[in-house]
Design a protein around this ligand. Structure first.
Ligand code: ARG
Length: 465
C-alpha cells in the first residue's frame, strides 16, 4: 500500500487477532457512541486522574503526562464547541477519545490505556455521570419543596375536603395536603442522597476484571475524582450495576409521587371539582373542541412515570442473568439510565414552575367540604366526649347523616331540636364542633391539620430545607 492509499477500513484497536473486519450491520449493532458520547467529559476527567496517577507511580513520564493533559483538554474544548468528529467505526466514547488523543499527541496517547480497561473505565464514567445527575436532582427536589412551602403558607386556613376512597372524608387545610407531598419528597431526597454514597466508589484499577500487574494507586485516583473510596473487589467493580438500578428505583418512587400529585391536579382542575385552575401556559387546547383547556403538563408527568418504572425493570432484567464479570449486556445500561435522569429532571423542573401557576379556588374547596358531611366524625367525637361509647356515637351520627341527606341539608344546618332526636346529650355547643374550622382546629397534635399546627410544620420544614 503506497502512502497515499488509505486502508479500506480503520482497524479497531482490538482487531489484531481478527482475520476480517466486522460487517457493517455488526458495527452499528455493537457501537454505543451514538448514546455514550454524553459521558465524554467524565471520561476525560477519569483519564486525566488515571494519567496523573500513572505518572506519580513512575509509569508515565512527565512529558507524556503533559502531552496527554494537553490533548485531553483540546478534545474537551472540541467536544464542547461541537467540532469533535465522532466516528461509529470507533465504537464508543472511550475509543473515540483515545484515538483522537493519539492523533493529537502521538505515542503518549497510546500509553494512556496502561493499567486500565474499558470495563473499569466505563464503570467509572457512569458513576461520575450519575453522581452529578443526583446532585442536580437534589437541587431540583429542594426547589420543588420550597415551592410547596410557599404555596402552603398562603393556605393554612383554606379548607378542602380530605378524601378516602375519593369520597369526602374530613376537612383538611390545603396547606396540610401540600405538606403531605413535602414529606414524600423529603424521603425521595433522602433516598437519593443515600444512593449517592454507593454510587460514589471508584471502579478504576479493576482493569478488565482481575486488577492489574502495575503498581497503581487507586486511592489517589479516587481522591482526585472526588470518590469516597474504591470498589473493594475488581470483579464486582466492573460488572455490577446495582447502583444504577438503585438510582432508578429512587427515581421511580419520586416519579410516582409526582404522578399522584399530578393526578390530583388533573381531577381538581376538572369542572366537577373546580378546586384549582392551572395557568394557561401549562395547558393546551383541543384541535376540534373549542371549549377545551387540557392539563397536558400534569398528564405528561403522570405518563412519563410509566417510562421511568419501565427503565427500572429494564435494568433489573439486564442484570439478573449475567455471570461475573463484565458482559457486553452492560452497554445497555446507559439509555435507560440517561432517560431516567432526563425524565426526572425535566419533570421536576416543569412541576415546580407549574406549582407557581396554580390558582386556588377556595370557595369551591370549601363548598365541597361543606356538602360532604365532612364533620360527621366530629359529631361522633362530640358525643364520645359526653360519655357515649364510640360505636354508639357512630351509629347515632350515621342516622343523623341519613336524616340530613333526606332534607338536603348539611349537619350544621339541622336545628338543635332535630339533632337532639339522635342523642339527648346534644347541646347548643354542638355547632362549634360541626363547623369546618372547628373540625380542623381540633386536630392540633403533631401531624394534624389544625392551622396552628400546620404553621409550625411549615416553619419546621423551612428549617429542614
Ligand atoms: N461501550 C462499552 C460499554 O458501554 C464499554 C466497555 C467495553 N468493554 C468491552 N470489553 N467490550 O459497556
Amino acid at each position: 500500500m503506497s502512502s497515499s492509499e488509505k486502508p479500506r477500513h480503520k482497524p479497531k484497536v482490538w482487531s489484531g487477532r481478527f482475520d476480517e473486519p466486522v460487517t457493517d450491520l455488526v458495527k452499528h449493532f455493537t457501537a454505543s457512541v451514538g448514546f455514550d458520547q454524553r459521558l465524554a467529559e467524565f471520561d476525560i476527567d477519569g483519564s486525566l486522574a488515571h494519567a496523573q496517577m500513572l505518572h506519580a507511580v513512575g509509569i508515565l513520564t512527565a512529558e507524556d503526562l503533559a502531552s496527554i493533559e494537553r490533548g485531553l483538554e483540546q478534545i474537551r474544548s472540541d467536544i464542547r464547541s461541537g467540532a469533535f468528529e465522532w466516528s461509529v467505526d470507533l465504537e464508543d466514547v472511550h475509543l473515540n477519545i483515545e484515538r483522537r488523543l493519539t492523533d493529537l499527541v502521538g505515542d503518549a496517547g497510546k500509553r494512556l490505556h496502561t493499567a486500565r480497561s474499558r470495563n473499569d473505565q466505563v464503570a467509572t464514567d457512569i458513576r461520575l455521570y450519575l453522581r452529578a445527575a443526583i446532585d442536580r436532582m437534589l437541587v431540583l427536589v429542594k426547589g420543588l419543596q420550597r415551592g410547596l412551602l410557599d404555596l402552603a403558607e398562603k393556605h393554612t386556613d383554606t379548607v378542602m375536603p380530605g378524601f378516602t376512597h375519593l369520597q369526602v372524608a374530613q376537612p383538611v387545610s390545603f396547606a396540610h395536603h401540600l405538606l403531605a407531598y413535602f414529606e414524600m419528597l423529603s424521603r425521595d431526597a433522602q433516598r437519593l442522597a443515600d444512593c449517592r454514597k454507593r454510587v460514589n466508589r471508584l471502579p478504576l484499577g479493576a482493569a478488565a476484571l482481575a486488577g492489574t500487574s502495575f503498581p497503581i494507586d487507586r486511592q489517589m485516583v479516587a481522591k482526585a475524582l472526588g470518590f469516597d473510596g474504591v470498589c473493594e473487589n475488581s470483579l464486582d467493580a466492573v460488572s455490577d450495576r446495582d447502583f444504577a438500578i438503585e438510582f432508578c428505583s429512587c427515581a421511580a418512587l419520586l416519579m410516582t409521587h409526582l404522578s399522584r400529585f399530578c393526578e390530583e391536579l388533573i381531577l381538581w382542575m376538572s369542572p366537577r371539582f373546580g378546586f384549582i385552575d392551572l395557568a394557561d401556559r401549562f395547558c393546551t387546547g383541543s384541535s376540534i373542541m373549542p371549549q377545551k383547556k387540557n392539563p397536558d403538563v400534569p398528564e405528561l408527568i403522570r405518563g412519563k412515570t410509566g417510562r421511568v418504572n419501565g427503565h427500572l425493570v429494564a435494568l433489573l432484567t439486564l442484570m439478573k442473568g449475567q455471570p461475573l464479570a463484565y458482559n457486553k449486556d452492560n452497554q445497555e445500561d446507559k439509555e435507560p439510565l440517561f432517560d431516567t435522569v432526563d425524565t426526572v429532571t425535566a419533570s421536576l423542573a416543569v412541576f415546580t414552575e407549574m406549582l407557581g401557576g396554580i390558582e386556588v379556588k377556595r370557595d369551591a374547596m370549601r363548598e365541597a367540604a361543606r356538602q360532604g358531611y365532612a364533620t360527621a366524625t366530629d359529631l361522633a367525637d362530640y358525643l364520645v366526649k359526653k360519655g357515649v361509647p364510640f360505636r354508639e356515637a357512630h351509629e347515632a351520627v350515621a342516622l343523623a347523616v341519613r336524616h340530613a341527606e333526606t332534607r338536603g341539608k348539611d349537619l350544621a344546618e339541622l336545628d338543635l331540636a332535630e339533632l337532639q332526636k339522635f342523642s339527648k346529650l346534644i347541646e347548643d355547643d354542638v355547632f362549634d364542633a360541626l363547623t369546618l374550622e372547628g373540625s380542623m382546629a381540633a386536630r392540633s397534635h403533631i401531624g394534624g391539620t389544625a392551622p396552628t399546627r400546620v404553621k409550625q410544620a411549615i416553619a419546621k420544614a423551612r428549617k429542614a430545607l
